[in-house]
Write a protein that binds this ligand. Structure first.
Ligand code: AMP
Length: 194
């Protein structure tokens, strides 16, 4: 199984990514987590990544590709991946497609989790009130949602045109979202004769 999760902050892609990975037995690759781990490292690169993440800006494509590519290559060799939060820009999407072609594999589906902006903001503010992450602050949350709409949003038509977009309503309890994704993926697999 090779899937990617395309979702604004607060839509639950981390939760769904973990569940889908456990369900399908492939690696859950969370771009934000991998970049946060890099940001902990000593040195200029770590500090640079940390600064982008703290502002809610996207980390430059080349840095993201340098971090993600070896992880994706290894996951492909082990049977697949659930990519959570990568790609997030059109250049990242074309780089990911080139990499897949080089490795001789294709993407099964791009799962788009959508929810009203007010719901996403409320969830992120709730997470902030329970400790949360350093980028869960009202002004940074607003900026992350805007970055998603402007920069990552265009990936929805990109994958629709490629016939692999699966749009799922994320404004439901997590179990219902998981069930909807699984039902839609099973439908795709049946249609593809798998
Ligand atoms: P996330 O954990 O998915 O919410 O990502 C947290 C932060 O990590 C984002 O706000 C970005 O700063 C950075 N990030 C994660 N994935 C990417 C990506 N594919 N491209 C650029 N920046 C990313």
């Amino acid at each position: 199984m090779r899937l990617l999760l395309l979702a604004p902050p607060g839509a639950g892609k981390g939760t769904q990514g973990e569940r889908l990975a456990a369900w399908s037995g492939v690696r859950h690759i969370a771009a934000g987590d991998l970049l946060r781990a890099e940001a902990q490292a000593e040195g200029r690169l770590g500090r640079e990544i940390a600064a982008y993440q703290a502002r809610g800006d996207l980390v430059p494509d080349q840095i993201v590709l340098d971090v993600l590519t070896p992880v994706v290559v290894e996951a492909v060799a082990r049977g697949g991946y659930i990519l959570d939060g990568f790609p997030r820009t059109l250049p990242q999407a074309t780089a990911a497609a080139d990499l897949a072609a080089r490795l001789g594999v294709t993407l099964d589906a791009a799962v788009y989790l959508y929810a009203p902006e007010a719901v996403l903001t409320r969830r992120l503010l709730d997470r902030a009130s329970q400790g949360g992450r350093s980028d869960d602050k009202a002004d940074v949350i607003r900026h992350r949602l805007q970055v998603f709409a402007e920069t990552t949003g265009p990936l929805v038509p990109y994958y629709t045109e490629r016939g692999i977009l699966v749009a799922v309503n994320a404004d439901q309890p997590p179990d219902s979202v998981t069930a909807d994704i699984q039902a839609r993926l099973a439908g795709l697999a049946r249609a593809a004769g798998r």
